[in-house]
Design a protein around this ligand. Sequence first.
Ligand SMILES: Nc1ncnc2c1ncn2[C@@H]1O[C@H](COP(=O)(O)OP(=O)(O)OP(=O)(O)O)[C@@H](O)[C@H]1O
Length: 268
Amino acid sequence: MSQNKETLLFVNGVSKRFGGLQALNDVSLTIERGQVYGLIGPNGAGKTTFFNVITGLYTPDSGEFVLGGVSYKPTAVHDVAKAGIARTFQNIRLFSDMTALENVMVGRHIRSRSGLLGAILRSKGFQQEEAAIAKRAQELLDYVGIGQFADYKARTLSYGDQRRLEIARALATEPKLLALDEPAAGMNATEKVELRALIERISKDGVTVLLIEHDVKLVMGLCNRVTVLDYGRRIAEGTPAEVQRNEKVIEAYLGHGGAKTAAEATAA
Ligand SMILES: Nc1ncnc2c1ncn2[C@@H]1O[C@H](COP(=O)(O)OP(=O)(O)OP(=O)(O)O)[C@@H](O)[C@H]1O
């Protein structure tokens, strides 16, 4: 594993154990700026654990982490977000009784200046900043295609739109890296086509994307490079076409899911 000036995320030798289970075993990965990078593997391979570690939700047992050339310690979610990584969750985590707009505004607050005291005192600076945050939040809702639902409570939105809202909230933190945990899960075919277009747009607009995804068509179509995990270890890395015909990858999926072809295997 190496880094150069184009490297956005450099993660070296990450391990994480839960009791007797080695969920991540010496996993390394390098993501270049501008890439859409895929993280795939059978169920239980360690993908979400890897996300949780790099975003500060789980403390790793070991590992080196560098974002944009600056070392960071992923020990607190807030600090990681400030460093420039934002994420969405496999099981959508929105404030369900808040409006779509308010949900995005929450994401934006990590970049606000007035802070808690300003909010309590409702100072002039705070009010001006709130108006700017609301404006930006509306722009982000428009950007992900749900601007018309700004005043709807999050829980009343369709599943696909809730996923878009999570992406808008993540983008509100102005991330360098957007980490999406199974964004297409539960989406129908039309929603998946729209999601793909949205991710392509986000990438084109300068945000690097890391993606956990089971939908092989989406991974093959979207990702520049892919890492494959199995039982917490990295078993392959390369272009989607390379990993799809990698024997270890096919074996890993056969062992878990009984897939018969490489395409089926990586779709498992
Ligand atoms: N908080 C935890 N405590 C104990 N074990 C955990 C915890 N989180 C994950 N694990 C275990 O670590 C292993 C890796 O899980 P993880 O969720 O990272 O896999 P995954 O590749 O994301 O799987 P899936 O595709 O099913 O979401 C699994 O065996 C899981 O049961």
